[in-house]
Ligand binder design. Structure first.
Ligand SMILES: NC(=O)c1ccc[n+]([C@@H]2O[C@H](COP(=O)([O-])OP(=O)(O)OC[C@H]3O[C@@H](n4cnc5c(N)ncnc54)[C@H](OP(=O)(O)O)[C@@H]3O)[C@@H](O)[C@H]2O)c1
Length: 325
């Protein structure tokens, strides 16, 4: 088969479409003929040599895909050859075929075409596990989403609105904030022009956000804690603003607040299967009913993954950038 390989870490040109050995499904795994994959920010770090795949997983980039099941390993039940699926991966999505632990497969949701389904596994699993399973966002609470127009952000806005929460977002332009508003965001903050601590306080009568989904890490740590409401929960999922920050423990104590951080890719297969099952139970019906939809900025041929990485680096996109075969 062919896959995007990274012979030497570097810029987008480091991504090379090359012939590689066909993968073979083992115990509890299926083989998927990939129709589409999607670009995640983590793929850019892997390309640059800063984010190695977890031990035992594919060396090729790609944390999600959509396609058809073409082979089934021993001990797998519930899936048939020919099934149209999408899947959460630890790597290997930028390829013609990929082996997937059966617990990380999802059916293509009603009303979503096979290619577009590649936009769903990573954002639904990340948002559902952080905002709902860990941070327990409840109806009537306020969620602040940093990077509201990102792949992650566009899903977080829609899921939080679907459960009856108020949603605040940050983004770097009016065009992006307008899009977030169309998706249902209630409080729009331009992080280049406004102070999000002040704006979130103003919009919540001084209370602050009950849950914050954060992509920035160190750079926003102190301001995020300042923005939290009493009993607030800060869920850190990204390090775009660095890895070492300073935390005012007194503020955290007085608010009885919590800070959590998770990375989906390195979680054991059993934990991923639990998250994927929860996504299928809670998010798939919302997609099927049209209350939530995948947001796709553009599709690019997989062999030209470099072009797709440039789009993410420029941050000119809204939602997901897909790679198609
Ligand atoms: N931990 C996990 O398991 C996990 C899983 C998936 C993704 N993630 C993380 O989630 C984040 C979003 O991922 P993605 O793939 O959806 O990325 P993406 O579409 O490339 O989005 C990146 C976002 O960062 C925003 N941003 C840049 N500077 C900002 C700032 N100063 N304040 C607020 N927002 C800022 C950009 O907004 P503008 O374009 O408006 O500037 C853009 O919306 C990334 O950090 C990624 O690593 C984590």
């Amino acid at each position: 088969m062919h896959a995007i390989t990274i012979p030497e870490a570097g810029g987008p040109e480091a991504l090379v479409w090359a012939e590689v050995p066909d993968p073979v499904p083992g115990e509890g795994e299926v083989l998927v003929d990939v129709v589409a994959s999607a670009v995640n920010r983590a793929d850019l770090l892997q390309r640059q040599g800063f984010y190695n795949p977890p031990p035992g997983s594919s060396p090729y980039p790609g944390l999600e895909c959509a396609g058809r099941v073409t082979d089934i390993g021993p001990g797998v039940s519930g899936w048939q050859i020919g099934d149209e699926v999408c899947a959460l991966l630890a790597g290997g999505g930028y390829a013609e075929q990929v082996v997937v632990p059966a617990g990380q497969l999802l059916p293509v949701p009603d009303g979503v075409d096979l290619v577009t389904a590649a936009a769903l596994p990573e954002v639904t699993a990340t948002v559902w596990s952080n905002v709902f399973m860990i941070s327990h966002l409840r109806p009537g609470e306020t969620l602040l989403v940093h990077g509201g127009s990102s792949g992650i952000g566009t899903m977080a806005i829609q899921l939080a609105k679907a459960v009856g929460a108020t949603v605040a977002v940050t983004a770097g332009s009016k065009v992006k904030l307008d899009f977030c508003s169309e998706l249902g965001a209630d409080i729009l903050i331009n992080y280049r022009e406004q102070d999000f601590v002040e704006e979130i306080k103003k919009a919540t009568d001084g209370a602050g956000a009950d849950v914050i989904l954060d992509n920035m890490g160190a750079k926003y740590l102190d301001r995020n804690v300042q923005s939290l409401a009493t009993s607030g929960r800060l869920a850190i999922i990204g390090m775009q603003g660095g890895v070492k920050g300073e935390l005012n423990i007194a503020t955290l104590l007085n608010k009885r607040a919590a800070v959590t951080a998770t990375s989906l890719r390195g979680r054991p297969a059993g934990e991923k299967a639990t998250i994927v099952a929860a996504v299928r139970e809670h998010v798939w019906p919302l997609l099927g009913a049209g209350h939530v939809r995948p947001i796709v900025d553009q599709t690019i041929p997989m062999s030209d993954a470099a072009a797709a990485h440039r789009v993410l680096e420029e941050s000119s996109h809204i939602g997901k950038v897909l790679l198609v075969r």
